[in-house]
Design a protein around this ligand. Structure first.
Ligand code: SF4
Length: 348
């Protein structure tokens, strides 16, 4: 989270304090790049450079490292924490050689051509890993950023300036979270259009409403072509098969739909939904609506949903304000009537 804090404090607040998250093409690609390093493997050697006791680590052979070189041990997806530092990190890869440990962090893009070799958020994130390795008794004078698109390794020395910036960022993030006030958005920043949380943060809109000025830049709104899926046949069974929802009647498959194409599952009457299918729907935040045989609404099954505690508390408080509730209800009714009018005029 220190990476996000250094990139933009508001981004860190949205993600860490309010529990907001949204995918973008960049985050999906980043997850793809991490798929190998996210697989845990290897055991770190004890501090001081001894051999790993459990012998599960990936070791370089003598041919690779040379007969005189100390054994190099690779450990992937290693979690480290320290109560002294108040930090926790998951290392993509750590290379151990004697007393020395080098954290390696994978990045999906190309190496930026900047004097420090990489941008501050990535350098600070890597330095956290170095500090944690030192806290666990290893020597970590530098780390490596591996840029997958250009296949380049960039060395990042953990000098005093970077260590200080990292500690200050950690303290700043903690202060910000305890303060309980979301920082203002960046102003007209080139970071915002690529930020996956821009549609939640609404930086230009917030500034525009607060102080006027330049109108908001248009957002590229994601398309959502998914549609509701209705199952009405008595005795039908809805099950998950890979990325599909399959409907069968008396064990004969009658229909299937891709999960990404389903926005909501509506089950009418005696339709049977399997537990794995229900788990998948809940984890994807696809609601299931249960109706009686006659089509009367019985209830919803939904996943954990939105985790923004501050927003939930504000909504709960507002629900006791009668004037606010009336205003909100009026706005909803007006919007519904306007939408219906638009649809009628468009289609008839
Ligand atoms: S959209 Fe801009 S201001 Fe908002 S969180 Fe992202 S980077 Fe920060």
């Amino acid at each position: 989270m220190l990476n996000e804090y250094v990139y933009c404090p508001r981004l860190a607040y949205l993600e860490w304090v309010q529990g907001e998250w949204a995918h973008s093409a960049d985050t999906v690609e980043g997850r793809h790049v991490h798929r190998r390093v996210d697989r845990r493997s290897g055991t770190p050697p004890p501090a001081g450079g001894g051999a790993s006791s459990q012998g599960e680590s990936e070791r370089e052979s003598e041919d690779e490292a040379g007969p005189e070189a100390p054994e190099r041990i690779h450990v992937r997806s290693m979690e480290l924490s320290s109560t002294t530092l108040g930090l926790v990190a998951k290392l993509d890869l750590a290379e151990f050689e004697g007393r020395r440990a080098v954290p390696v962090d994978y990045k999906r893009g190309k190496r930026p051509h900047v004097p420090a070799g990489a941008y501050d958020p990535e350098r600070v994130q890597l330095c956290v890993q170095g500090l944690l390795l030192e806290e666990h008794g290893h020597e970590a004078p530098e780390g490596v950023l591996y840029f997958a698109a250009s296949r380049e390794r960039v060395r990042v020395p953990f000098d005093e300036a970077l260590r200080l910036a990292t500690r200050e960022a950690a303290a700043g993030l903690r202060r910000m979270a305890e303060g309980g006030a979301i920082p203002p958005p960046l102003e007209n920043s080139p970071k915002c259009p690529r930020c996956s949380l821009a549609p939640i943060c609404l930086p230009d809109e917030v500034h525009f409403l607060r102080a006027g000025g330049a109108p908001p830049r248009p957002l590229a709104v994601a398309q959502t072509p998914a549609l509701p899926m209705y199952v009405q046949s008595r005795g039908a069974k809805v099950a998950k098969s890979g990325e599909l929802l399959e409907v069968s009647i008396e064990d004969e498959k009658v229909l299937s739909a891709r999960l990404i194409d389903v926005s909501q599952l509506v089950l009418q009457g005696g339709v049977y939904l399997t537990t794995p299918a229900l788990h998948e729907l809940m984890s994807r935040e696809i609601p299931v609506t249960w109706l009686s045989h006659g089509g009367w609404f019985l209830g919803h099954t939904v996943g954990l949903g939105h985790k923004n505690v501050e927003l939930r508390s504000a909504q709960y408080r507002a629900s006791f304000d009668e004037a606010f509730c009336l205003r909100l209800a009026k706005v909803l009714v007006v919007a519904k009537i306007r939408n219906q009018r638009t649809l009628l005029r468009r289609n008839w």
